[in-house]
Design a protein around this ligand. Structure first.
Ligand code: HH2
Length: 287
């Protein structure tokens, strides 16, 4: 484990350094069934044009995913996942060669195809558990990897999730997964941790994880938070439509930033960027 006194809040991607200022990660779901943007971005040209909009609004990373992980969702075959994401990554990078793309997948074949197409970061919601080849792929690629906590799997994870102490259990899980990553040769500088908001968690679990996020930050790695438009926000605000949960999302992200998160996976880049810019200015006392 890293020195607990020195949480790290930057991440190197090639010769670029992201953080410590808030890093906006724009969500690009190339799926017909994502919970928040159903079927919008199934066509590569449309997807790339939406990615350009998010980059113009201040996203530093575009997170491309080809399989929905919303509660109750079914997996798609790996060939189909690759068929969805690779053309989109190619078009994004043709139009915006300096964009940083991350691939949201737990399959090594998809991650490998995406890295070959130019993606630079792997976002694995299973923290390298689902596919035994993933850890080696990431170690060899020497790219940043997001290790996320999930209890169970998307199909069933919201059926009565239970913990004795959710914050301690998520922290211990993430610490174990970092050790697994290091053992396979992944460098500590390439590890990003994520509490996995909404993945096998009740609203109370999500709130506790946000409230006590410092406990995860103290592990010493940059922390990514993916609260954007999620159901617990609708539960608090009464906003039914996922796409309308912008204000609640902004509140969750500002709090997460205050508690040490560096990366924010969001659908609404502009709103979150503005709010986090103000939070950052308050913290630093400068514009
Ligand atoms: N949440 C979702 C998907 N991928 N990756 C990380 N690291 N953290 C998250 O919280 C996270 C994630 C689910 O949100 P979304 O992509 O909007 O929906 P769907 O899975 O239905 O496509």
């Amino acid at each position: 484990m890293r020195n607990k006194a020195e949480p790290r809040n930057t991440i190197g991607v090639g010769d670029r350094t992201l953080g410590p200022d808030p890093v906006l990660v724009g969500v690009l779901n190339v799926t017909p069934d994502s919970f928040s943007d159903v079927g919008n971005f199934f066509d590569p040209e449309k997807a790339a044009s939406y990615a350009a909009t998010m980059l113009n609004e201040g996203a530093q990373i575009i997170d491309v995913g080809g399989e929905s992980t919303r509660p109750g969702s079914d997996p798609v075959p790996p060939e189909e996942e690759i068929r969805r994401v690779v053309p989109v990554i190619r078009v994004i990078l043709t139009e915006r060669p300096s964009a940083i793309v991350s691939i949201d997948t737990y399959r090594a074949a998809t991650a490998g195809a995406a890295l070959e197409a130019g993606a630079r970061i792997v976002n694995d919601v299973t923290a390298l558990r689902a596919d035994p080849s993933m850890v080696e792929l990431v170690a060899t690629a020497r790219c940043p990897v997001v290790l996320m906590h999930m209890l169970g799997e998307p199909k069933t994870m919201q059926r009565d999730p239970r913990y004795d102490d959710v914050v301690r259990e998520v922290r211990d899980f993430l610490a174990r997964r970092t050790e697994h990553a290091f053992a396979a040769g992944i460098e500590p500088e390439n590890v990003i941790l994520d509490p996995g908001i909404g993945f096998g968690k009740t609203a109370e679990h999500n709130l506790l994880l946000l409230r006590r996020l410092e406990v995860l930050v103290a592990l010493g790695f940059p922390v990514l938070v993916g609260a954007s438009r999620k159901r617990f926000i609708g539960g608090i605000t009464g906003v039914e439509e996922a796409k309308d949960r912008v204000f609640g999302t902004v509140a969750a992200n500002v709090i997460a930033y205050e508690r040490g998160a560096t990366l924010f996976r969001v659908h609404d880049v502009g709103a979150n960027r503005e709010a986090l810019a103000v939070a950052q200015a308050v913290r630093s006392g400068a514009r």
